[in-house]
Design a protein around this ligand. Structure first.
Ligand code: KG4
Ligand code: ZN
Length: 408
C-alpha cells in the first residue's frame, strides 16, 4: 500500500510518500519521496515558534509542497495535470461542500486547496497518515484538516499518528533516501528502550512492542531541545539554537578553550528517570551576567564557546546517567534514539558507547529525519497495519486503545 504522510505539528511543513508491503518478518517499505519545508528562519525573529505564524505558513505551504511531492514521485503525469472535465467538476462540487467547514477557521488553506485543480485527479494513494499530536494546536489542525479534505476528495482512509511514536519508528528505518529501494526495518529485540529528545519532549519510553509503550520518565519542566534553544538565546545565537551550541562547543574543543564556569548536572543523582532542565538554563543566565562583553554588550566569543561546551557536557552527562539507569531497569534489548536533539554528535557518540557497553544495538535517525518529517509518520501508519495494533482509522489507534499511557 502507498501512504501519504502529513506532519505539521510545529514549524516544519512535511509530506512523504511511502510504499509498504508484507507483514511480520516480511514487512518492508520504500521511500518514494519525502519533503520538509522548514519555517525556522521566519520564527527566528521571535526566538521560538510563533503558533499563528506556523498555522498560516502550513496553510500556504501544503498544496505547493504536495504538488512538488507528486511531481517527484512521478504521480502528477501529464494526464493527471489535465484532469478530466468530470473530475474537475466533482472536485469543484466537493470544494463547495467543504467551504462551510473549512473556510471560516482556515481561509488560507481552503483557498489554496480549492484553487488546486491538480487535486481533482486521485493519485495512487491508499491511505493518508497525519500527525494528530502532540504539538502546537493551531499548527496540528492545518495538517489534520488538509488530510481530511484529501481523504474525502479521494475517498481514502485517514490514519492519525502520534508524533512521538513517529520519532520512535523513524529511527528504525535504515535509510531515508528516496531511491525506491525496498528496505526492512532494523530488527527490534523487545522490550526496547526509546530515548526521545526533542524541542518539546524528553522521554524515556519502554517499547513493549510497536504500538505498546510505557513512559518511564520525562522532564518536569523544559525539554532538552528547549534548553538548548533558550541557552542559545542567552548567548545571542539564532533559533533553533541546538546546532549553534553544538558548533560552538566543537570549536571550544578544537581550540582547546576551557569552560569559564561549572554548570550543574540536574537530577543526576535523583534515583529517578525524571529530568529537569530549567535550573540548568537559570545557571547559564546567572553566568552570562558576569560574562566579559565588548563595547556593544555582545558576549566575548571565547567565553561563549567555553560555556557552550560546558552546557553540552552537562546535558550529555545527565542524559547518559539517566539512560544507563533506564537500561538497567528495563534490560532493554535495543536502544532507539529519536527527536531533533539526536542530531547532536556528542550525544550520539555518548549513546553509541553506552549501547556498546550494554551489548545492544543503538538505532538513531538517519540524517534528514532527525528533525520533524512526514516519513516517520508514514512509517508509523504502515506498521500499524502490519502489527494490527490498532487499525482503527478514526481514533489514535493503539496508543489510546491499549490503555497504556499516551506518549506526549
Ligand atoms: O524533533 P524536533 O525537530 O522538533 C520537535 O518536535 O520539537 O526537535 C527540534 C529541537 C530544537 O530544540 C533544536 O534546537 C534541537 O532539536 N536540535 C539540536 C541539534 N539539532 C537540532 N539540539 C542539539 N544539538 C543539535 N545538533
Ligand atoms: Zn519532533
Amino acid at each position: 500500500m502507498t501512504i501519504l504522510g502529513i506532519e505539521t505539528s510545529c514549524d516544519e511543513t512535511a509530506l512523504a510518500l511511502l510504499e509498504a508491503r508484507g507483514t511480520g518478518e516480511a514487512f518492508e517499505c520504500r521511500v518514494i519521496a519525502s519533503l520538509v519545508h522548514s519555517q525556522a528562519d521566519l520564527h527566528s525573529a521571535y526566538g521560538g515558534v510563533f503558533p499563528t505564524l506556523a498555522k498560516r505558513e502550513h496553510s500556504k505551504n501544503l498544496v505547493p509542497l504536495l504538488r512538488k511531492l507528486l511531481t517527484q514521485a512521478e504521480m502528477l503525469s501529464a494526464s493527471a495535470e489535465a484532469s478530466s472535465v468530470a473530475e474537475i467538476a466533482s472536485f469543484k462540487k466537493y470544494a463547495e461542500s467543504a467551504r462551510p467547514f473549512v473556510s471560516p477557521q482556515n481561509p488560507e488553506l481552503f483557498g489554496s486547496v480549492a484553487a488546486a485543480e491538480f487535486l481533482a485527479h486521485k493519485p495512487r494513494i491508499d491511505a493518508i497518515a497525519v500527525t494528530e499530536g502532540p504539538g502546537l494546536e493551531p499548527a496540528l489542525w492545518v495538517g489534520i484538516t488538509f488530510a481530511r479534505m484529501l481523504g474525502e476528495l479521494w475517498n481514502v482512509p485517514i490514519i492519525p499518528i502520534n508524533h512521538m511514536e513517529g520519532h520512535i519508528v523513524g529511527s528504525l528505518l535504515p535509510s531515508d533516501a528516496a531511491n525506491g529501494a525496498w528496505q526492512k526495518l532494523f530488527p527490534l529485540p523487545l522490550p526496547a528502550l526509546a530515548f526521545l529528545i526533542s524541542g518539546g519532549h524528553t522521554q524515556l519510553v519502554r517499547v513493549n512492542t510497536i504500538g505498546h509503550y510505557d513512559i518511564l520518565g520525562e522532564t518536569k519542566d523544559d525539554a532538552v531541545g528547549e534548553a538548548f534553544d533558550k541557552v542559545a538565546r542567552l548567548l545571542g545565537l539564532p533559533y533553533p539554537g541546538g546546532p549553534y551550541i553544538a558548533e560552538y562547543a566543537e570549536r571550544a574543543r578544537t581550540e582547546g578553550i576551557m569552560s569559564p564556569v561549572k554548570l550543574p548536572r540536574p537530577m543526576i543523582t535523583s534515583g529517578t528517570l525524571e529530568f529537569s532542565f530549567s535550573g540548568l538554563k537559570t545557571a547559564v543566565l546567572y553566568a552570562t551576567r558576569t560574562a566579559p562583553r565588548d563595547a556593544n554588550g555582545a558576549i566575548d566569543p571565547t567565553w561563549k564557546k567555553g560555556l557552550a561546551l560546558e552546557f553540552e557536557t552537562a546535558v550529555t552527562e545527565t542524559l547518559s546517567a539517566k539512560l544507563r539507569a533506564a537500561l538497567d531497569e528495563t534490560g532493554a534489548g535495543a536502544l532507539i534514539v529519536g527527536g531533533g536533539v539526536s542530531a547532536n554528535h556528542t550525544l550520539r557518540s555518548a549513546f553509541t558507547s553506552i549501547a556498546q557497553e550494554y551489548g545492544i544495538p543503538a538505532y538513531m535517525p538517519s540524517r534528514h529525519i532527525s528533525g520533524d518529517n512526514a516519513l516517520m509518520i508514514a512509517v508509523a501508519a504502515a506498521l500499524r497495519g502490519n502489527t494490527n495494533s490498532g487499525s482503527d482509522s478514526t481514533t489514535s489507534g493503539s496508543l489510546r486503545a491499549q490503555g497504556t499511557k499516551r506518549l506526549g
